[in-house]
Design a protein around this ligand. Structure first.
Ligand SMILES: Cc1cc2nc3c(=O)[nH]c(=O)nc-3n(C[C@H](O)[C@H](O)[C@H](O)COP(=O)(O)OP(=O)(O)OC[C@H]3O[C@@H](n4cnc5c(N)ncnc54)[C@H](O)[C@@H]3O)c2cc1C
Length: 411
């Protein structure tokens, strides 16, 4: 790559975080709380393509792995404390299981309860008492309701982390792309490119689906220096890992969501509903937000939304099969974003190499786990070990050791 080069003075920080989505912003807040001088760099702080802007806002702790349950529980407790500010609606998760998945779900209820997460088992009649609009129980072998789970406004959450971290001295550098990282000396040197002008949607798409700014974009180069760098780049973390010679283990996978107008029925009283067919949905203002993840989606930086076809083929038949009130749904609009999926579908968090830390590959769990993960990363960076927030089971070494943190029932 060749840039219009202007070398500015090198600014020094305790930690530079690459990526200011919900994870980078949470970790930055946690570092600020511990008195560290941190900077977050992002090519687009508004997050037009970031997963933190494209998700369904679901928050739950009904996982299989203790580390995922505890980090989500810690996050839920925090979201409760800032409920109004982050739009946390604790209306529960109702999850309907088929004959294949129900025994697997049941096998983990004990662990979830042991770790303090309340969860009820429901039969068909109890499901209908809870959500009378569910008038077809075909294929449901059992269900759970977890009342402390719910929905959050991911954008408000990210802004909450950012505004709190700014008051603690964290700096956010916008329109900045990290293209080089040198960890050879006693300090990490971070090579950055800053766009001179606002970045158009087309240019951003090209940068985030190819690799970096390329030759055409006008900008200037500068360097940052830090005692440590943290890779919090979401689905783009592989390119940052490459810059420090670390093995990438995850892949980006497109996930689509749509908004539908159901005209007559409001689901505002309920939180997230996950159907045994894989469709998940919840009320979203005047509409219903519904998502479905086709199992054969190929990996890649794909953002195309399949539009009406996605609604007609994947969403509507599943919703209507469960609730006859959904007969006359109307597709409004939708979008596609990226999951960053690790081999065991748990995040990768920890110290990746000397002076290099990482928190990425949240595999569809980044919003609900962001507070706990950010705190864990900050503890590790400042104290050299986990104290209140233990994410040791999420270290990358688990793949070499064969100690996977496997999550299976996943949307
Ligand atoms: C359709 C969909 C539904 C989802 N539903 C849920 C849900 O219900 N609940 C839930 O908890 N999670 C959900 N997720 C997952 C969740 O959105 C992600 O796990 C989470 O947002 C990841 O946050 P992040 O900060 O790691 O990444 P991102 O939000 O993607 O942020 C990464 C940032 O890093 C920047 N960046 C990367 N590399 C560089 C670089 N080299 N230089 C400069 N900047 C860089 C990018 O510009 C970006 O802003 C969903 C995701 C999708 C796509």
């Amino acid at each position: 790559m060749r840039y219009n080069q202007t070398v500015a003075g090198v600014r020094r920080y305790d930690v530079v975080l690459i990526g200011g989505g919900v994870i980078g912003s949470s970790a930055a807040m946690a570092l600020g709380e511990r008195g560290l001088r941190a900077a977050v760099v992002d090519i687009d702080l508004s997050g037009r393509l970031s997963s933190s802007e494209k998700n369904a806002g679901g928050v739950r702790a009904t996982w299989w792995q203790p580390v995922n349950i505890t980090l989500c529980r810690a996050s839920i407790k925090y979201y409760e404390s800032v409920r109004e500010e982050v739009g946390f609606r604790q209306k529960g998760y109702l999850w309907l299981y088929d004959a294949e998945t129900w025994p697997k779900a049941q096998a983990h209820l004990g662990l979830q309860r042991e770790l303090g997460h309340p969860i009820e088992q429901l039969d068909g009649a109890a499901v209908q008492r809870r959500v009378p609009e569910i008038d077809r129980l075909d294929g449901i072998a059992g269900a759970t309701f977890s009342p402390e789970d719910g929905l959050i406004n991911p954008n408000l959450l990210k802004e909450h982390y950012r505004s709190r971290s700014r008051t603690l001295g964290v700096e956010y550098l916008d329109r900045v792309y990290v293209h080089a990282i040198d960890v050879a000396g006693s300090e990490v040197r971070i090579g950055c490119w800053r766009a001179d002008d606002p970045i158009s949607d087309d240019t951003l798409m090209r940068m985030m689906t190819e690799d970096g700014p390329g030759e055409a974009a006008a900008g200037h180069l500068f360097e940052l220096s830090a005692a440590a760098v943290a890779i919090t780049g979401g689905a783009w973390s592989p390119s940052a890992l490459r810059l420090v010679g670390l093995k990438n283990l995850s892949e980006p996978i497109r996930r689509q969501i749509c908004l539908v107008d159901n005209r007559t029925v409001s689901l505002a009283a309920y939180g997230m509903i996950v159907d045994s067919s894989g469709v998940y949905f919840h009320n979203d203002g005047a509409f219903i937000l519904a998502g479905y993840s086709p199992p054969a989606e190929p990996p890649g930086y794909h953002f195309n939304y399949d539009g009406e076809r996605f609604f007609v083929e994947e969403i509507w038949p599943r919703l209507y099969a469960r609730m006859s009130v959904f007969e006359r749904l109307k597709h409004v609009r939708g979008w596609a974003g990226l999951y960053e999926v690790s081999p065991d579908r748990s995040a990768i968090v920890g110290r990746a190499a000397a002076r290099v830390y990482e928190a990425h590959s949240f595999s569809g769990r980044g919003v609900m786990q962001s507070y706990g993960a950010g705190q864990a990363l900050a503890e590790l960076i400042t104290a050299g070990r986990y104290e209140r927030f233990d994410a040791s089971a999420l270290a990358r070494e688990r793949f070499e050791r064969g100690e996977l943190a496997l999550e299976e029932l996943h949307i």
